[in-house]
Design a protein around this ligand. Sequence first.
Ligand code: SGN
Ligand code: CA
Length: 532
Amino acid sequence: MKASRYFSTAGLTQLALHSSIFLAIGTLSLFGCGKEEASKQPPKQPNILFIFTDDHAFQALSAYQDRLAELAPTPNLDRIAQRGIRFDKCYVTNSICAPSRASILTGAHSHVNGHRTNADTFDGTQPTFPKLLRQEGYATALIGKWHLRSEPTGFDHWEILPDQGHYYNPTFIVPGDTLIEEGYVTDIITDKSLAWLKQQEKSGKPFMLMLQHKAPHREWEKGPDHLSLYEDVVFPEPPNLFDDYRTRGTAAKEQDMTISETMQLASDLKIWTAETIGSGPYRRTYGRMNPEQRAAWDAVYNPIIEEFQQANLQGDDLVRWKYQRYMRDYLAVIRSVDDNVGRVLDYLEQSGLDENTLIVYASDQGFYLGEHGWFDKRFMYEESFRTPLLMSWKGKITPGTVNKDLVSNLDFAQTFLEVAGVDAPDVMQGRSLVPVMLGNTPADWRSYLYYHYYEFPGVHSVQKHEGVTSQRYKLMHFYELDEWEFYDLETDPLEMNNLYGQVEYTELVASMKDRLKRIKIQYGVLTPKSNY
Ligand code: SGN
Ligand code: CA
């Protein structure tokens, strides 16, 4: 372990303070108070609390001030941004769950850590930041969604959901056992995390907790406290809800993730009928509820089902209705995350742990909330390529900071290692965000990011693609189709106008193609001699 300037100063101050009051403490200890005083000293290495969600779109986090912010506020998540930093350009290496998680753990792109799709099994023998922190004296825990198939490595304590997990009365896998907990998953993951935080304090070690919610993943089942929260609200539609994909290529036209066609009335929108009751989606969602949970649910949904059946909606009216239902469910699921994040932040404050804890909030990727007519993720378009990232660290990060540097989930591992004063292994490919979060972005900070999505054929039928983005321009290559797309994010932030093939962009596209080649060499996708 190397000494870290991010906690050594506090340590030195404590040391100076201790020597100047040495005599006084010595005297007190004669009366039996010294030991207790000493045990109350905060650990010198900062604690790290990583709060993570599944599929949380930045458009649904009010700190980002997007179109839903006023109607669906997230006041507790916003507290993290207000007390710390909001990253506006945090992107993922590969916009899908397990590969994103693998990149976070290893600080490496999918082709390096071997986790390209959700069907892969994580190689837990490779270096990860939890393992390295644990080796250096951290108490480490993982509670919630994992999704990497192999058993977690590098944790003193873990309790995980199997695969995607369940919203109601969820099953948990713990070392050597499986159990079912009664209640709502977001509340239970929070309860378990608070219990672990409380008991680990006795160890005197700094902690690193990965608190990983299932929410707000499909099928967006609201918790018992929020069943009628947004039932009277009409949410604004995105301007491209009825995108016709003109100018875009085959991939955008042939995906299977539209609100109009792909989104299911039964499982996604909870319009259960005689034909769908008893199906697989029914059994893993509504079918898991106990009578009390079901009664509360039915009181809200039965009138909706009745009204829907009478309305006989068609065409665009049906899409609009589905979008509203989707938003009411998805945003209420997020409100439960927000309430529970509030409980954790309150505990950190009440216990004084917030004095020495880096708090991080992120999601495994972004999500479409009707933009391009879609839900789900996978594409390199902004809504799914970007992910929310908020951090607070009392006394270190200036409250209310907004950052627009290009950062990535690839950077998280090295950030946490630097905060702890632990060297990162060379195999990690990101860069520590510590100077960035402290307002000192290095002059040579990156200007480009590399992206690669591999899961085709697969759920939602999004073609394989890779690409490179700068702050302004994005080049995407759907290589199995050999189709390219090119966007100017400044003039076309919604990515409706593919400029690839337009003569006036020939030079710019050529330079981005060269940039893509160079970034692939940088990350070891290509060797310098590869025939591109
Ligand atoms: C499930 C979902 C998909 C989703 C994948 C991956 N279908 O298959 O909509 O894209 O998970 O999600 S569902 O009907 O089972 O909900 S990920 O976040 O784990 O990558
Ligand atoms: Ca996800």
